[in-house]
Design a protein around this ligand. Sequence first.
Ligand code: ZN
Length: 387
Amino acid sequence: MLKKLSILLFLFLLCGCSNVKEDVVTIIEEDDNHIASINYPITKSKKLNKYIKKYVFDIYDSFLACPSDNVRNELNIDFSYNKIDNFLIVVLFNNFNSTVKTFNYDLSKNKLINIDDILTNNDLSILDDLLDGYDYTVNNLEFSFDYKNLTVFLANQKFIIPLNKFDLQIDLHEVISKNEVFTYNEISREIDPNKKVVAFTFDDGPSKFTSRIVDLLKEYNSNATFFVLGNKVNIYEDSLKKLLINGNEIGNHSFNHKWLTHVSLDELLRQVNDTQDILFNTLGYTPTLFRPTYGSVNDTIRNNIGLKIVLWNIDTLDWKYKNSKRIASNSLSKIKDGDIILMHDTYEYTYNALKIMIPELIKNGFQLVTVSDLYEVIDIRKGLSNN
Ligand code: ZN
C-alpha cells in the first residue's frame, strides 16, 4: 500500500500539473510615470507557469527601467490560452517590445515543444516555402496551433496556415462539446425608491474571488455590477453564470485593459466589441454599460462605443490600501444615497472589506443594487418630484 502511494506521489511530482487551478493574473498599476495592465494565465502546468511568469516579469522590469521623459509610458501585456488535446498553447502579446512570444507545452511529455515536434521533415520544407525570404530557425520560430490552423508569428506579421497542408507528426482529435445555450430566470428584487440606494461596482475581474463576492451579496439579498475584461470570460464562465443567476449585472471594461484614450478608433472598437461578443457567445448576455479603463474618457469613446459610460463617486482605493479595515472605514464614512462605489473583485482584501461594509450599509438602511437599478430609482424619483 505504502509502495503504491509513493509511486503515485512520484508520478504526481513528475507530472507536476494535476493540482494547479487555472486562473488569470491581472496586475493593474498607475502612477504619474507609468500605467500598466499585465495579464497572463496560470495553466495546468507548474513548469510552464514558471516560464510564463519569468517572461512577463522580464518585460515588466525592462519597462520600469525605461526612462519616462515626462510622458506616461504604458505597458500592456495580454495573452491567449488554448488547450488542444495534450497541448497547452499560450501566446503572449505586449506593446513594449512589440514581440509575440509563444509557449507550446506538451503535457504528456511535460516539456515545451518546437515546430519540428509537430511537423514532419516534409512539412518543414512546405513551411519553408511558405515563409520564403523570412529569417528563422526551427528552434526560435514563434507559433501556435489549433485544430484547424498553424499560426506563425514572424517579423511583426501573422501567417495563418491551414493544418491540412501538412501531414503532421501528431494526431489531433477535436472533441466537439455540446453547445448548450445558457438560460436563467432573472431575479427581480423589490427596490424601494424611497429608501437609500447604493451601487457597488467591481472592475478588472472576474477572478477567483468573484464567486465569493456573489455569495456574500446573496447572503444580504443584495446585488452589484461587475465590469469585466473580455479576456477572462472563458476561464471564469461558471462564476459569471452564477453572478447572473443571482441577479447581478455585467458591464464591459474592455478586452485586455488597454488605455483607451491612447488607441486608434479601430482598436477601441475591437476592445469593446470583442468583449460584447465573447459575453454574448458565452452567456447569451449583452451588457449596456461600459466602465472606461483607468477612468479616462474622451469624445471618441463617448461617441463611438454605443454603451452607457459609468464612472463612480466613491473610490475605495482598495488596490492602494491593500488592507480590508482601512478600505472599509475610509469609504463607509463617505458613502451616501445614490453613490456608485469603485472596487476590484481581484483581491482578497477587497472581499474582506466587503464583509465589513455590506452588513454595515444594510444596517444603516441602504439597499445595495446594480447600476442599472440605481439609474432606474433615480429616474423614478425624478418622475415623482416632477408630478
Ligand atoms: Zn480597470
